[in-house]
Design a protein around this ligand. Structure first.
Ligand SMILES: *Cc1c(COP(=O)(O)O)cnc(C)c1O
Length: 395
């Protein structure tokens, strides 16, 4: 995992600097280089025969993970406190791989109603096609989820906070209810990252990340990570191997590079997001701020209890206003870009329509909803941009 060095008992920020690096194996280079390799050559027939029997210690086939891939996997697993991790080509692959690996025909799966949209579509189209029954549940249900668990329920899919609506789930209560009935818990932990929420200490069996977001951190990588405990890992590794789902070495290199600055970037994202969210919460145009880290926001107590930090993504509900006014606001932004994939260094703002997909719960916040990603710009500049935008909104 961390080579010959003893990294026990260190702060996560220190670990993010040191995990997954082995200069002694790479001519002293600080970073694990990009290993581009499909073919692995063997010196003798005996060595090739041993590899064919699974008896070789080194990688024997490029697809099964060269050091750039395995160092990232080991670093993220250690950082989050999981048994092992798998790198996959996208965040969406990370959310769907455990569903496919752990559910079988006849099973019942519970999925949170605030789940990332494409994960939901995978459940509705593909899990159902494979004979898996899917029920959506209220993100606020906590221990109440026990009432929905059937004898056939094998998985509970969670995501906290929801990436459009920001409900915080009581993950320990959900996990206790699921485990009492023999079901496993998957968490989409993209918002909090391995630094913000220690999944395995809260009862999660499989934690998944769109590393595309904060781990990459520069809006130029598509990558997913699946981190699992010891009991869930073998089935995930089996499917990862059998479907050939490994990530590219170049993308893993960029994620390892992103990991080194993750604690520093997240501290800035959180501080700036809190400043901007607090400012927005005082504006007459804003009905509600959906940011669990903000005192007084929904879910704040749960966030405070379970999370180590917040990141830069949150929502706001505007007071009722015609669509044209929202368009006037968004079309004229100077710094905030409009785009869906967040977690980079730059700020974003988009309208969202959570009510279009919900089935278990109604989403009726009383006005248009915007989602903001607060990047690494100076927050005063972002606030000036938003102030001008709100003036266009109210004009
Ligand atoms: C973006 C995102 C994903 C998917 O990540 P991609 O790399 O874009 O496929 C999954 N879950 C959440 C919560 C996300 O925000």
């Amino acid at each position: 995992m961390s080579g010959d060095r003893d990294l026990d008992g260190l702060d996560p920020a220190t670990l993010a600097t040191h995990l997954g690096r082995h200069p002694e194996r790479h001519l002293g280079a600080v970073n694990t280089p990009v290993y581009r390799a499909s073919t692995i050559l063997f010196p003798t027939m005996a060595a090739l025969e041993a590899a064919s029997l699974g008896q070789a210690p080194e990688p024997t086939y490029g697809l099964h993970g060269m050091p750039t891939v395995t160092d990232l996997q080991a670093a993220v697993a250690a950082l989050e406190g999981g048994h092992a991790a798998l790198a996959v080509p996208s965040g969406l692959t990370a959310t769907t791989l455990p569903l496919l690996a752990l559910a079988k025909p006849g099973d019942h799966v519970l999925v949170v109603d605030s789940v990332y949209g494409p994960t939901r579509r995978f459940c509705d189209v593909h899990l159902k096609r494979f004979g898996v029954d899917v029920t959506y549940y209220d993100p606020w249900s906590g221990a109440g989820i026990a009432a929905l668990i059937r004898p056939t329920t094998t998985l509970v899919f969670t995501e906290s906070p929801g990436s459009l609506t920001f409900e915080v789930q009581d993950i320990p209560a959900v996990a206790a209810a699921a485990h009492a009935r023999g079901a496993k818990v998957i968490l989409d932990n993209t918002w909090a990252t391995p630094l913000g929420f220690r999944s395995f200490e809260h009862g999660v069996d499989v934690s998944v990340h769109a590393a595309t977001k904060y781990l990459g951190g520069h809006s130029d990588v598509l990558l997913g990570l699946v981190v699992a405990n010891e009991s869930a890992y073998p089935a995930l590794h089996r499917l990862w191997t059998d479907m050939g789902l490994t990530a590219s070495a170049d993308d893993c290199f960029l994620a390892l590079r992103g990991l080194r600055t993750l604690p520093t970037r997240l501290a800035r994202h959180q501080a700036s997001a809190l400043e901007v969210a607090d400012w927005l919460s005082r504006r007459a145009e804003v009905r509600e701020v959906l940011y669990p880290a903000l005192p007084g926001a929904r879910g704040h107590a749960l966030w405070q209890r379970d999370f180590r930090l917040a990141t830069g993504l949150f929502g706001i509900v505007l007071n009722p206003v015609p669509r044209e006014r929202v368009a006037a606001m968004l079309d004229g932004m100077r710094l905030f870009g409009m785009g869906w994939s967040w977690g980079g260094f730059e700020s974003l703002i988009i309208p969202t329509w959570p009510e279009r997909v919900r089935t278990a719960t109604a989403w009726d916040p009383g006005g248009p909803v915007l989602r903001l990603h607060i990047g690494l710009e100076e927050p005063r500049d972002l606030i000036d941009d938003l102030a001008a935008g709100l003036a266009r909104l109210a004009a």
